[in-house]
Design a protein around this ligand. Sequence first.
Ligand SMILES: [Fe+2]
Ligand SMILES: [Fe+2]
Length: 493
Amino acid sequence: MMLWQQVIRIGIVMILAFCATVAIPATGESGKVGGGKRQPPATASIPAPVAAQRDLSLVLGRPSANSVTMSIVSAISREGYIEYGKRQDRLERKTATVALPAHTPVEITLDSLQGDALYYYRLCTRLPDSTAYLSGAVQTFHTQRAPGATFTFAIQGDSHPERPQQHDPALYVQTLTAAAADHPDFYLTIGDDFSVDTLREVNADTVKAVYLRQRACLSLVSVPIFLVNGNHEQAALCNLDGTANNVAVWAQTARNSLFPQPAPDAFYTGDAEQIAHIGLLRDYFAWTWGDALFVVIDPYWHSAKAVDNPFGGGEKTRDLWNATLGDTQYRWLKQTLEGSMAKYKFVFTHHVLGTGRGGIEQAGLFEWGGKDKRGVDRFAEMRPGWAMPIHRLFVNTGVTIFFQGHDHIFARQVLDGVVYQTLPDPANPNYVMNNAEAYRSGDKMPGSGYLRVTVDPARVTVEYVRQYRPRDETTSRISGETAFSYNSPACKP
Ligand SMILES: [Fe+2]
Ligand SMILES: [Fe+2]
């Protein structure tokens, strides 16, 4: 087949692939109806860069000192390989060619890499009946930084692609593209990026489709991605029913098959518990990069009752002692923070306690602060065996910044030397400050955009990079502007 024929065929198949994504057959086990507002039609205004990724996407994950994992999903059957090397003009290494069956994630791990090194890479693919390979764009990734190195990472708040009222697909592409242009070492999300609450039918296929749609967007950043669990993912212990047919299994299985996330190994520590029908959850983990320790924590997979909105609707729990990291994760968190000599420590989770509104306003409560809503300290009674509440642990171990989402607002607060950084929406075309009243102090700004964090030996610099739709830009509202920035010196525990 000639190259132009292959291109045309790819184009046609892309269109068919979209239709396949839209017309999701309810062939899985019958599931609950999500109970909320319906998801927008999957055909609604798919930006061209996302459409291309739906045909063929590459997502990076699990970077380490000498390896990185690349996940490939093709909408049609192809075969391909990765070319990579330390010089852009000479990609001297090449992986084995692998089959890429349609709609089936395939992982390729590049190993034996040099530490603290920049690599260039590209994906090369061809159709089974073609002799010509098509080469993707050359991108970069970086292996683990050495202590003392300067590097950046980027992070976004809740993207909520299921909410057309607060998610503009083109603005999302703009934000992701801008973040990618910064060449961060990695990109983090903070949860509520894969909502299944508004699905009309919830089954393995429809849940997987949610993850595939978000994957086509997040793959635009082209650097390793770390996911943080949110309440709308419904990837939660309370949704297990002992079978393979429940929303928690469907969500976590789709998540782990489509995004290479860390499990405990020689480089990462984290959740080692095996869950029936899933395996390792990969929901909490930690790693060191340069002078910084990164710690992702998760209450949803460790609370017996729904932490926030119950799946399928119903009352939220009123007793937030039910929201917990659990004994095992708490012990691991304490050991991780106390055992690290890193100059900077960053902790990420969807929200203080996984629910509620506000930042430091919530930090004194329940297992985070020890007190109930009447101000009575019940920590010893309610968390027997725990040395101290989570906020005190942060203070004692010198956590630099705690990142959270859920409230859809940029808010920066400081409590006992710990920065509580709440993340703005990445693609909200209304540029509003949701839940501003819950933040009684600190610096607050409306969406949309992402945070660029630069780590150097002297300080951490956090920059809020705003993004506007082109038609919303003015002389004082310019996409890419740093709307707010601050430095955080290294804390000394
Ligand atoms: Fe949330
Ligand atoms: Fe949210």
